[in-house]
Write a protein that binds this ligand. Structure first.
Ligand code: S3P
Length: 461
């Protein structure tokens, strides 16, 4: 097999964060933001594009791939499993995959850096192959729970050879020789759990079924269908889905165009809403309804966000969003909306800090197991900047203090890109500058955040 002759590096594609000195930064009050930007490709779809390339025989071309550190780790892992992954031009990638059932055993541990999604999805992929792989990550990823992935995989025949205390990384798994198709109801709404089970089920005979009480993002199901698998997704209960996948399909390579990431667009959108006089356009933002909870919420708060040109691109609805500064008011965000805006609560908390009246965000328990304990990190950041707030159980309540002086604090980011970006956005509209202790991790998801925000008129030093 020619692939065997390829070097299969599993080492990190870029510097280890642990040894990178922190890069602090301050954001100060900005004049009106203006201009048109396009944010990078969606992180969820970018990870999956590389994985689908790995799992289909032949050549998968990807355009608009997010070249953030998290996704580059997935590219490195795909190479370590035998794929040839080539970077052709900015955003343009080619994956020559091996197909389901023929992945090679990686020669070295797979280091996923900060990337929860890449590592958890790859556990599912490897779980469906009779190979052994060790998974590791940086200090943030080593704190995140992996039992939620290992539990269903064990039921599918995966052996966990070693695992750090509390079912955390570093860990080693041996994939199933004869993968068992299961029916699995996820304990929390998580596209990562759903996707790991489905990826493992690709090499199981018969039907693998995943039931979710609250629907999470559906990129894996959509891409499975696009690559030729037999998969169906039906409503389940009031807000859920039941996904049924027939195992052992032959995935056929397809061209993938990655749409702009709504979770990255969230930062310039909120910046324009809170900086007086602003008017910006964020182009071609993916509007998949399982990802647009923040837009819904910001509109309920009175945010002036208009879709200029709604259209379909590469199997997803996208729209150019025109955003103008708005007088926001506090709202109650229902818990069932959480899966569709799970990564957007830190930046919503910033919008809420500039709204009249209280904003209550219900059901945020999953925020505690993201790149940081985001519920606590957001609360601490708000506290450092004089914003009234309280945590009530799993809910966060922000604002309600008219005339408060905002800003002037130093925010601890805890290796979390979204905490860093959110509080830098706060600084653009605050009364005093907002400092963050480290911007290095922004490169995991939005490497050109600072140049793009500066182009709109952002003020960073
Ligand atoms: C993701 C799912 C979400 C999200 C993460 C990306 C994905 O995590 O927070 O950034 O691509 O599947 P959970 O599935 O754990 O909620």
């Amino acid at each position: 097999m020619t692939h065997a002759a390829e070097p299969r590096p599993s080492a990190a594609p870029s510097a280890q964060h642990a040894s990178t000195p922190p890069r602090p930064l301050r954001a100060g009050r900005a004049a009106a933001l203006s201009g048109t930007i396009i944010v990078p490709g969606d992180k969820s779809i970018s990870h999956r594009a590389l994985i689908f390339g790995l799992l289909s025989v032949g050549e998968t071309r990807v355009s608009g791939l997010l070249e953030g550190e998290d996704v580059l780790r997935t590219a490195a892992a795909a190479r370590a499993l035998g794929a040839t992954v080539d970077h052709l031009a900015p955003g343009e990638w080619r994956v020559r995959g091996l197909g389901i059932g023929t992945l090679l055993e990686p020669e070295a541990p797979l280091d996923f850096g900060n990337a929860g999604t890449g590592s958890r999805l790859m556990m599912g992929v490897i779980g469906g192959h009779p190979i052994t792989a060790r998974f590791d990550g940086d200090a943030s990823l080593r704190k995140r729970p992996m039992g939620r992935i290992l539990d269903p995989l064990r039921r599918m025949g995966v052996e966990v050879l070693d695992v750090a205390a509390g079912e955390r990384m570093p860990l080693t798994i041996r994939g199933a020789r004869d993968c068992i198709p299961i029916t699995y109801e996820t304990p929390v709404a998580s596209a990562q759990i759903k996707s790991a089970v489905l990826f493992c089920g690709l090499n199981a005979p018969g039907e693998t079924v995943v039931i979710e009480r609250e629907a999470s993002r559906d990129h894996t199901e959509k891409m499975l269908a696009f690559f030729g698998a037999e998969v169906r997704s039906e409503p389940f209960g009031a807000h859920g889905r039941r996904v049924v996948l027939k195992g052992r399909p032959e995935l056929v390579p397809q061209p993938i165009r990655v749409p702009a990431d709504p979770s990255s667009a969230a930062f310039p959108i909120v910046a324009a809403l809170i900086v007086p006089g602003s008017e910006i356009v964020v182009r071609a933002v993916m509007m998949n309804p399982l990802r647009t909870g923040l837009i819904t919420t910001l509109r309920e708060m009175g945010g002036d966000i208009v879709e200029l040109d709604r259209r379909e691109e590469g199997g997803e609805i996208v729209a150019d969003l025109r955003v103008r500064h708005s007088d926001l008011r506090g709202v109650d965000v229902p818990a069932e909306r959480a899966p569709s805006m799970i990564d957007e609560y830190p930046i919503l908390a910033v919008a809420a800090a500039f709204a009249a009246g209280e904003t209550r965000m219900n059901g945020l328990q999953e925020l505690r197991v993201k790149e940081s304990d985001r519920l606590q990190a957001v609360a601490d950041g708000l506290a450092a900047n004089g914003i009234a707030h309280r945590i009530e159980g799993d809910d966060l309540v922000v604002g309600g203090l008219a005339g408060a002086r905002r800003g002037g604090g130093l925010v601890r980011t805890h290796m979390d890109h979204r905490i860093a970006m959110s509080f830098l956005v706060m600084g653009l509209a605050a009364d005093a500058p907002v400092a963050v202790d480290d911007t290095a991790f922004i490169a995991t998801s939005f490497p050109d955040f600072l140049p793009l925000m500066t182009r709109l008129g952002g003020n960073f030093a």
